[in-house]
Design a protein around this ligand. Structure first.
Ligand code: SAH
Length: 767
């Protein structure tokens, strides 16, 4: 260190031992045997005062940065200082994925500890600046370091610092925890004075862009929940590369602009759309008149002769005609032809159709067919990471971001960066926190923080919100620095989270602390969710039928609510109670499998091991009983197929296993195969129907699905469980209204999980 340390007491203070609470970790050293405090210390020739920021000797020659908040001497005569630490980005959970961050950026923290005074190296300038999206680093004063956000390891939170007394320059420590409490009470006072804006926002539409929308589980739940905290969140745009998923979304949300394209093309399209809007912004009458004389005659795709353009009806980015060239294409309606003759034409081929393009762009901008920067208030989405899923054996372990299948996290964040929404919600499988030392999870956080967004990451089990399904997922909130960062909703149901993430993310699990008082409802069981549904055969083909029986549980009563009852307003004629049951049909079993399933006993725990000709050894391995003649099916195939014995080395009890009424499902997957998952109905010889799976995911019964039966299962299995998204939507609404708390978690109101809009708001629906 090379600095001769001599400490002079320059001004003594009243002794005040243990004035600070222990830091968050509780493991860093806090000294208790304090004799007296000082306001300044002279080390070498330099005088250090309380409030000064300093370099402190760290591990392995690293220079840490902190602010001196106390000087004191212990009863055994040693001189200490108490330091409140700043984090560099690589000290946070982001770690090395922060290489593209500004090296001068620090993060404020409330973590403090005590160190011997000779660890102080020198003074350093640290300036607080207000966080601004898109702020160029060069424009920041040339102090050594700056900070604009607070970092806290609980839920990996990066948050705008809340200044209680912004212009009180004397209060260097105005961000200490005690002042946060002051601020909370200031907020409470404001609320009690009626300054809470909660109702004002209701009518104003808050627009949502759902990326990788699937059939819309995530956005549907978010909108339902936001309504319950008086925010009129509306899915304005949705995007998915899967056609049937887009059709499902459109069927249930006719008001949404649904785009069936790849997200990477959508990103390029958004950039081009912005350029086009700028290019055609000025409604220049002269130019318009001049170009009215355009012939608008152009050669049509795959045709040498010229046709006249009637109008442009759509736009896309990509290569719809498979020519090998990517770019902006317009969908053209030709004069004298109908929609079946529409073609995609590259923008370059339409150079003498400026007027048609202008009309399309102007109209499209007015109708907001695509979001421009600032248009989307919220962006949500679950960028698929098939390259890391635990169910995927072929994964690129070393650098998952290079894996094409995981690239969507980058695309998702690029779209956020372009559109700059107020809020972001990203969902993913829990494996993003396990795989490759959590590099994908860190990357997502890193991008948000680099964009100066606030961020908070939570691990949520769907069962905790009133479903008979466990389903663990990661959710990442992002919020523009001027907005409130949404909280995570505490569980409403008593489900034990058995899975535990890597130790570094243990403090991200959304749950009650062990000793925290709570009032939880009992965990839901399969029978609570589906006992009221009529019996159907394995090869049932009806798309709709009557319910036959009344609902038996709160869940069933709630899930049967009409759209009008759920949402609190009617889009069309959904006010009338339709009471039809849709999609209560399953993927038909193969003849052999059907014959096998019919022989599985109808009792708890039954599976292929209960079929004749199977013996189970002491090693819990199922083998063929070679002492008996093998049973065969009419097709000549063995009753018990070979794969049942080889799956998980014969140890599994999942092949041809029945669920039981008092059980919960681990995770609804994209296809319920009875060969390796527990998906047989307890008392009927079939796998769970689409509707049963949809209920396990919390989709309201009015929600319908498009595509083949297989595609529909896939949409349901891919979805974010509606009750989770709904609880998150409620939390989002509170943040929008600035009526959320400062802590990372919130407690949901009673009966939240099974109250429809009118029950929740306790207003009667109009007659
Ligand atoms: N959030 C949805 C489920 C999303 S599942 C819900 O809650 O219902 C992931 C979706 O990403 C799938 O529907 C899949 O079709 C879509 N997808 C995969 N790759 C894509 C890409 N490159 N661009 C757009 N969508 C893609």
């Amino acid at each position: 260190m090379g600095l001769a340390v001599s400490i002079e007491v320059l001004q003594s203070q009243r002794s005040n031992s243990q004035s600070m609470k222990l830091n968050d970790d509780g493991e860093d050293e806090i000294i208790l045997n304090v004799e007296c405090h000082f306001a300044q210390a002279k080390i070498g020739n330099c005088i250090f005062s309380l409030g000064d920021c300093v370099y402190v000797q760290g591990n392995e020659g690293k220079k840490d940065v902190g602010r001196i908040i106390e000087f004191f001497k212990t009863t055994d005569g040693e001189n200490y200082f108490r330091v409140q630490w700043f984090y560099r980005v690589e000290d946070t959970v982001i770690k090395e994925v922060g290489s593209f961050h500004d090296k001068r950026r620090l993060f404020y923290s409330t973590v403090v500890n005590d160190n011997l005074i000779d660890c102080i190296i020198s003074k350093v300038n640290v300036t607080q600046i207000s966080p601004r999206v898109g702020l160029k680093v060069k424009s920041i004063a040339s102090s050594d370091f700056y900070y604009d956000m607070e970092y806290c390891i609980d839920y990996s939170t990066f948050r705008t610092l809340v200044t209680v007394f912004p212009d009180n320059s004397l209060r260097i420590h105005s961000f200490s925890s005690s002042n946060l409490i002051e601020m909370e009470s200031a907020l409470q006072t404001a609320k009690s004075l009626g300054n809470s804006p909660s109702c004002d926002t209701y009518n104003a539409e808050f627009s949502l862009l759902d990326l990788y929308c699937g059939c819309g589980g995530m956005s549907t739940g978010l909108c339902l929940g936001a309504k319950l905290s008086s925010v009129n969140l509306v899915t304005k745009w949705a995007l998915d590369s899967d056609k049937s998923a887009c059709e499902s979304l459109k069927l249930n949300h006719p008001e949404t602009h649904v785009r069936n394209e790849a997200a990477e093309d959508f990103l390029e399209l958004l950039k081009e759309w912005e350029k086009l809007c700028r290019q055609y912004e000025v409604d220049n009458v002269e130019r318009t008149n001049r170009s009215r004389s355009e012939t608008s005659r152009v050669p049509k795709h795959n045709d040498e002769t010229e046709f006249e353009v009637s109008r442009i009806i759509d736009i896309c980015y990509g290569d719809p005609n498979k020519t090998g060239k990517r770019g902006v294409n317009f969908r053209v309606r030709w004069k004298g032809y109908g929609s079946s003759d529409d073609t995609w034409e590259p923008i370059g081929g339409l150079s003498n159709c400026k007027e048609s393009i202008r009309d399309f762009v102007k109209n499209g901008k007015k109708l907001k067919i695509l979001p421009l920067p600032g248009d989307a208030d919220v962006i949500c989405g679950g960028p698929p990471c098939q390259g890391i899923s635990g169910y995927n054996r072929f994964r690129n372990v070393d650098s998952p971001l290079d894996d094409e299948k995981n690239r969507q996290i980058i695309v998702f964040m690029d779209i956020v960066n372009l559109l700059k929404p107020k809020y972001v919600l990203m969902e993913n499988v829990a494996d993003i926190l396990r795989f490759d030392k959590a590099s994908l999870g860190r990357y997502a956080l890193s991008r948000l923080v680099q964009m100066t967004y606030q961020a908070r990451l939570g691990i949520i089990a769907a069962g905790c919100y009133g479903l008979p399904q466990f389903r663990l997922r990661v959710f990442l909130w992002g919020a523009h620095p001027s907005e409130n960062l949404p909280q995570f909703p505490r569980p409403t149901h008593d489900v034990i989270i058995r899975y535990w993430p890597p130790p570094e993310f243990e403090r991200n699990v959304v749950a009650y602390d062990e000793d925290q008082p709570r009032e939880l409802e009992k965990a839901l069981l399969l029978q609570d969710a589906i006992s009221d549904l009529p019996a159907v055969k394995h090869n049932e083909t009806s798309e709709e039928m009557s319910f036959k029986n009344p609902p038996e549980t709160d869940f069933q009563r709630y899930i049967r609510s009409t759209q009008y009852e759920m949402v609190g307003s009617a889009l069309d004629d959904t006010k009338k109670k339709e009471n039809l049951l849709y999609d209560h049909r399953s993927y038909p079993l193969h003849e052999d499998d059907y014959a096998r399933v019919c022989q599985i006993p109808k009792r708890k725990g039954a599976n292929f091991r209960d079929l004749p000709g199977v013996v189970v050894g002491r090693d819990n391995v199922a083998r063929r009983d070679l002492t008996e003649k093998q049973s065969v099916l009419p097709s000549g195939k063995p009753l018990v197929p070979d794969y049942a014995f080889t799956f998980e080395q014969g140890k599994s009890k999942r092949p041809f296993a029945r669920l039981w009424w008092d059980e919960t499902v681990a995770t609804v997957l994209t296809f319920p195969s009875c060969h390796n998952q527990v998906v047989l109905h307890p008392e009927q010889d079939r796998i769970l129907t689409l509707r049963e799976c949809a209920r396990l995911q919390g989709f309201p019964d009015y929600y319908r699905f498009c595509g083949t039966v297989r595609e529909r299962y896939c949409q349901v299995g891919n979805a974010v469980a509606i009750p989770v998204a709904r609880a998150l939507g409620y939390a989002l609404g509170l943040a929008v209204n600035k009526s959320n708390g400062n802590e990372p978690l919130l407690t949901l109101p009673q009966n939240f999980s099974h109250s429809n809009y009118f029950q929740f708001t306790e207003i009667l629906p109009p007659p």
